[in-house]
Design a protein around this ligand. Structure first.
Ligand code: SF4
Length: 245
């Protein structure tokens, strides 16, 4: 994996890589992926998605933590309950114990695990940033990403969702829908890493928060409408790019 890890780095140095053959394959493969054209097609088909459906930055963060393995309709129920309990407040979440928070977020599923993740996030904000989200969000993007990834239970997808949708940083979010449609079209290797996929979008779309916001939301819409577990290719807007079998 030396080659693919090196490829995923922005400061890529070929001298650090031992597998030049793999690198050339990946460069060749990425060169032909029509990332901007796919964006245009999805946008024309689905229109603007108006993401993220959260009103405050804390609401976006909590939504990003809760949405793992859960339908968004359940998250909406949780957000309503949190509002009722005045739980969309960092100080309240800091004071309450994980059991109480778990009770509030039950419809999200895995509520005990997710309550601990929320507590871990809130504890980080209080320990290092005076309980102020805006102070945490003053960190430079790569440092902020490292801080988020060090929080218990926060992986790359959640960290990048927080970076993009709450902190407004130009970081592309890769989820299972993204991997699925790219893979079905033969645009990524089956073992492509998270970072490789993110760099693929970032290298072809430039660094733009609004575009990344819209693109990820459109991919989610694609996954929900057409590129499901059983794909509905015939009427899908990306059908023209499907390789004949
Ligand atoms: S054409 Fe088929 S494989 Fe491609 S994105 Fe649409 S549903 Fe998925």
């Amino acid at each position: 994996m030396e080659g693919s890890d090196a490829l995923s780095s922005k400061s890529f140095d070929p001298d650090d890589c031992y597998d030049y053959g793999l690198l050339i394959d990946l460069f060749e493969m990425n060169r032909h992926v029509p990332i901007p054209e796919v964006y245009k097609t999805l946008f024309e088909s689905f229109g603007p998605q108006h993401w993220w459906p959260g009103r405050t930055r804390l609401e976006v963060v909590i939504g990003a933590i809760l949405t793992q393995n859960t339908a968004w309709t359940n998250i909406e129920k949780v957000i309503r309950r949190l509002k009722k309990e005045k739980g969309l407040n960092l100080h309240v979440l800091h004071q309450e114990n994980a059991q109480t928070i778990a009770e509030w977020i039950k419809p999200a599923g895995y509520f005990n695990v997710k309550a601990k993740r929320i507590k871990a996030f809130v504890d980080t904000v209080f320990r290092g940033y005076g309980g102020r989200l805006e102070k945490l969000f003053t960190l430079e993007t790569s440092l902020l990403r490292q801080v988020l990834l060090h929080i218990h239970g926060i992986g790359p997808e959640t960290a990048d969702s927080i970076l993009l949708y709450a902190a407004k940083r130009p970081v592309f979010v890769v989820d299972a829908y993204t991997r699925r449609f790219l893979s079905r079209h033969g645009w990524i290797h089956s073992d492509a890493s998270y970072d490789e996929i993110a760099r693929l979008f970032e290298s072809k779309m430039g660094k733009d928060v609004q575009t990344y916001n819209e693109y990820h939301a459109l991919i989610v819409q694609l996954g929900k409408s057409f590129c499901k577990t059983k794909p509905l290719c015939e009427n899908c807007p990306l059908h023209p790019w499907l390789n004949p079998v």
